[in-house]
Design a protein around this ligand. Structure first.
Ligand SMILES: Cc1cc2nc3c(=O)[nH]c(=O)nc-3n(C[C@H](O)[C@H](O)[C@H](O)COP(=O)(O)O)c2cc1C
Length: 266
């Protein structure tokens, strides 16, 4: 079994490791230009972003070929996953593959514009991650077929977010991220930055430059707001506009070195 994963703060890597099999980081596959995979079972594990599949994972899936009998996807999320199952199925239809099984697992929500990471970590036991993980593992072992049950409203929510393509909402209270241009106004860097390079090492799209004369890092416009740089900065120098506070998160089972190994583009 092969598992392809993307992770920013370790939740999806923890799930991928727990399911077992050979692990392949999607950022590393993109870096090496590998898009064809063969095995009896193949799985994809990644975090939900804005009620949908993150654009980086969409681009990868649209270029990928899977030669397997059983293709599954597990989406990690924090609060509400809308119609991510339909989004995945639609991507598969367009790219020419079909998922046998799609499921999701609730974990710590790492979305700092809305959530205090300390409180989220405290709430983690209530999410019963290990119990849900056991069900998912057993489903995969027994080749269970099945999709997520999603309502009309869930589908409307996901379709709306996909149409927005990361454009900011006009209402200031809805602190929703922005992709690409304008990112430097959304993700800011303060004077605590030591240009240590951790952020550049965890960035899956090589979007961070260290050559800035003012002694701080700077961002290009390939960012899709996974927040890896923000959560793993050892000086807590990287901030999101409107973030709840300075608390940050990394899955307790995952080391920073594993995130770097998964995401580095060097
Ligand atoms: C930009 C962004 C958007 C997110 N949107 C959602 C969302 O719409 N619904 C949700 O339940 N969780 C959302 N999350 C939370 C993540 O899906 C969740 O914390 C995930 O487990 C993180 O996985 P990772 O540690 O592998 O990166 C979002 C996180 C980020 C960074």
């Amino acid at each position: 079994m092969k598992i392809l994963y993307f992770t920013a703060t370790g939740n999806s890597l923890y799930i991928a490791k727990s399911i077992g099999g050979e692990l392949y980081s999607i950022p590393q596959m993109v870096k090496e230009g590998i898009y064809e995979f063969s095995d009896e079972k193949i799985g994809i594990v990644f975090p939900l972003h804005a009620w949908a599949v993150p654009p980086f994972v969409v681009d990868f899936l649209k270029r990928a070929t899977f030669n397997c009998d059983y293709l599954f996807a597990i989406v990690t999320y924090g609060i509400y996953s809308a119609a991510v199952g339909k989004h995945l199925s639609d991507i598969g239809k367009e790219a020419g593959f079909k998922f046998s099984y799609i499921n999701r697992i609730r974990m710590v929500d790492n979305y700092i514009p809305t959530f205090d990471m300390k409180k989220e970590i405290k709430k983690e036991p209530k999410k019963k991650i290990e119990q849900h993980l056991e069900v998912i593992k057993s489903d995969i072992t027994t080749y269970k077929q099945g999709m997520l049950k999603e309502t009309f409203l869930d589908k409307m929510a996901t379709a709306y977010m996909i149409r927005r393509e990361g454009k900011p909402f006009s209402k200031k209270r809805l602190k929703v991220h922005v992709y690409g241009e304008g990112i430097e106004n959304y993700i800011t860097v303060n004077d605590h930055c030591t240009q240590c390079g951790t952020c550049a090492n965890v960035c899956p799209v090589a979007n961070i430059r260290m050559d800035n004369e003012n002694g701080k890092i700077s961002l290009d416009n390939r960012c899709f707001t996974c927040f890896a740089c923000v959560h793993h900065c050892p000086s807590n120098a990287i901030h999101i506009k409107g973030e709840v506070n300075e608390n940050r998160f990394r899955n307790s089972h995952i080391k920073l070195s594993e995130i770097i190994k998964a995401n580095t583009q060097k």
